[in-house]
Design a protein around this ligand. Sequence first.
Ligand code: AMP
Ligand code: MG
Length: 503
Amino acid sequence: MSAVARSSFAFDNSYVRELEGLYEPWQAATAPSPRLLVLNEELAVELGLDPSALSTPAGIDVLVGNVVSDGAEPVAMAYSGHQFGNFSPHLGDGRALLLGELLDSGGQRRDLHLKGSGRTPFARGGDGKAAVGPMLREYVIGEAMHALGIPTTRALAVLATGDDIARDTMLPGAVLTRIAASHLRVGTFQYAATQGDPMLVRRLADYAIARHYPAAARGDNPYLTFFESVVEAQAALVARWMLVGFIHGVMNTDNMTISGETIDYGPCAFMDAFDPGTVFSSIDHGARYAYGNQPKIAQWNLARLAETMLPLLGADPDASVAAATAVLQSFGVRYQQYWSAGMHAKLGLHPPTYRDAASDETADGSDELIAELLALMLAQHVDYTSCFRALSSAVSGDDATVRSLFTEPVAFDAWSTRWHRQLSTRSRNPDQIVESMNRVNPIYIPRNHHVEAALAAATTDDMQPFERLLDVLAQPFSERPGLEDFATQAPSGFGNYRTFCGT
Ligand code: AMP
Ligand code: MG
């Protein structure tokens, strides 16, 4: 281990310093022969790290957890969680470690975290390991989300460990090195609240305020303002998921951040044909985490967060419940405003014109227009991403592509006439409308068949399809020649897609 790689991380570990009781110091398992599969060079630079040093054997040893870098203080973080609605008091990092925190080039504090780094005191029956496929999946979907402008944790690297791990078959093992604004989860608050020490939740909330919502500290009721800030961040986040057709798949309270970043890419996937009932996850039998349920599940999770903080909100329990409930109920309006503004932008109708200042109903019938388009897409099984992207071509006079997506184009034509009428009331020319629509309607998303093909190749040591997919998804809005295959739906032979938690 060269001194250069070992000391090149300037760790400053506020979580370990300030939140004793919410972690267990722990060491990563040794990876027998670590190999770098993919390194996020752009992110490394953002973190003030040297990508070439990270690629050396010494750098790889740090990224995989074989060597504890100077200043790192690896811990398994404690958390609880409602999993599919059932409370598990003792989850925590069963196969993950927080190495420490770095200040990035913009001065932002970022967690450096390992996933797949061996059993911890929270491992319960698990082996503490992760397979190459699911870790690369987290990498590529996270990068796609980032390029789409959606807040997300990001992968710095995926390393093959050289271990074989037992799943349905033996699979190559991997460690994901993950970067996050923090790993504070709704479940972290739930864990703190179950420890029988009222000061622990307060310490955690103070920490979360200082780290993520410092303005809340200046309000009359910092804890209520903090809760409101998380509600706002999650309303914005889930609206953005919905606008691109993203399905998280396992929105347990331990998989929901306080920061408002998307976290824990397991059985997630992007929807093809528009259908609020879409579920990909093989374990989501009740469709709890279906595409269309995501906003209400987010609100349900936020209610669990509120419960942990009631004692902080004031001396009168009834008043605390009333205040928290009012904030919680504001989720619906906040979400709707983000979603509606986003949908108007997707249709070139931004900004929406509201009936009056206090209303979230539009005056021009554009809400109805949006609802009717979605109803047509549902009835005719229209691909969500392709349809929105093709609508911009219709603005410049070519409506053949979008029409071809509808099995009964006559109904679409009637809708389109009314849409064009609305567009003509906006003071923008067609080029401006097309340009604005193409900035919000991606042409390239991580199509399930491409993701699966890239992961299958990577599992047999061919990283080329994965690299190419990453490259395509890095610019989701700009159409490039030669990438037509990445812009189209899966061939019919791909069948019904199923995803797995990847544990
Ligand atoms: P996840 O489904 O990845 O969000 O994980 C849910 C919980 O199960 C977390 O507490 C994880 O740390 C734990 N877990 C998942 N897979 C494993 C594994 N292979 N070994 C130990 N713990 C695991
Ligand atoms: Mg998780």
